[in-house]
Design a protein around this ligand. Structure first.
Ligand SMILES: *Cc1c(COP(=O)(O)O)cnc(C)c1O
Length: 379
């Protein structure tokens, strides 16, 4: 069976976890490995203010608290994303205003954002789909003109760049995921990048159940108290130990993923020329992180058939995603499938192929050959 996904865990991760459990370590949050992760993100991406969270989901929830979303506020966001992007602000009572996506990158179509802005619009939640950053200069410019926030859901985009700048650093707040299905993992976990210093103090408080406990750890105060709303958003240092090992292996993991991605890209060219599928588009100014490889099939029926026949050949593939506006809860909220024609169409035709660091080149070739065989089978 060629699996869809598998985290790459070595002795390094295992040893770190054992060390995190040793006598002189704290098991709760903000221990030695958490601090090491911050240094690693600073050295690699120049990120000064980042806070590890229990998930990408809770990083988005923290961002939603930090921008003071209130009931009746509107948030512009793509529907072609994971539920967490939208739940994060629904939990604050804000309302999603779904924006259609671009045909090429599957990211929010920046040209369609402005028409959706009303006096109630408070923010844009932009998602870097498949690790390809959105057209952020345009999105930031629109937001600035209207005085609204931009949150970057960079859950899939750790290490990708847009015009030389790292995903997660492109707006006020960037949210990463280190879930086991992402490029760099800690099991369950995430991080919020606070790109404007002025929000950092409050971010630390919100993450620590609304208290200034972090200042006790720093030795700045000797007891901590309640300052704000918040929750328990910080992960155990044992999980940070896994992520720290992954960050030590950053180049190795990226190169291995990129190798698989590039095999798919080059070997599927012929099928694209025969118009049997479409490969990812590589936009100018963007470096992706080989997070996922998606193909677009000519129709939903062809996709369904391909999924089934790949499964018969013991190859896992995955649709990603069912658009939120036409998912059961989206319909319940009053959205209808026709509202976002491009999202609706692409949502039925995109297929994600197996991709993980420890996947062999041989397996990638097997997947390509299976797809070629199935799609060119005329019976
Ligand atoms: C994975 C993902 C999330 C959620 O991250 P978790 O760490 O699983 O909570 C949010 N948004 C997008 C786009 C994702 O891919």
């Amino acid at each position: 069976m060629i699996r869809f996904n598998k985290p790459s865990i070595t002795e390094k991760e295992r040893n770190n976890v054992l060390e995190a459990m040793s006598d002189d370590h704290i098991l709760s949050g903000d221990g030695k490995f958490t601090m090491k992760v911050y240094r690693q993100f600073e050295e690699r991406f120049g990120i000064k203010n980042m806070l590890l969270t229990t998930s990408g989901t809770t990083a988005l929830e923290m961002a939603s608290i930090l921008i003071d979303l209130e009931p009746e506020d509107e948030v512009i966001t793509p529907s072609f994303t994971f539920s967490s992007t939208v739940n994060a602000f629904l939990l604050r009572g804000a309302k999603p205003v779904f924006c259609d996506i671009r045909e090429d990158t599957f990211n929010i179509d920046e040209a369609k954002i402005e028409a959706l802005i009303t006096p109630k619009t408070k923010a844009i939640y932009a998602v870097d789909y498949a690790g390809f950053p959105c057209e952020m200069d345009t999105i930031n410019e629109i937001a600035e003109r209207h005085g609204i926030f931009v949150i970057e859901d960079a859950a899939q985009a750790v290490g990708s760049t847009y015009k030389g700048r790292y995903a997660g650093t492109l707006t006020e707040f960037g949210c990463y995921s280190f879930h086991e299905t992402k490029n760099y993992v800690m099991g369950e976990g995430g991080g919020i990048v606070v790109n404007e210093e002025k929000y950092m103090e409050r971010a630390e408080i919100i993450r620590e159940k609304g208290t200034n406990r972090r200042n006790v750890l720093r030795g700045l105060v000797d007891k901590y108290t309640w300052h704000d709303i918040g929750s328990s958003f910080l992960p155990s240092d044992m999980l940070a130990a896994i992520l720290s090992a992954q960050m030590d292996r950053y180049d190795e993991i990226l190169e291995k993923r990129m190798n698989i991605w590039n095999i798919y890209y080059h070997k599927l060219k012929e099928l694209e020329e025969k118009e049997l599928l479409r490969r990812p588009v590589l936009p100018e100014g963007i470096k992706h992180n080989a997070h996922m490889f998606c193909i677009v099939l000519p129709s939903e029926d062809i996709r369904t058939d391909l999924i089934n026949r790949l499964r018969e050949k013991e190859i896992a593939s995955y649709i990603c995603y069912v658009p939120l506006h036409s998912a059961p809860y989206g319909l319940k909220l009053g959205y209808t499938p026709e509202m976002l024609p491009i999202t609706e169409d692409l949502g039925k035709r995109i297929l994600r192929l197996p991709l993980y660091a420890d996947m062999t080149s041989e397996d990638a070739h097997t997947v390509v050959e299976a797809i070629a065989e199935i799609l060119t089978d005329k019976e």
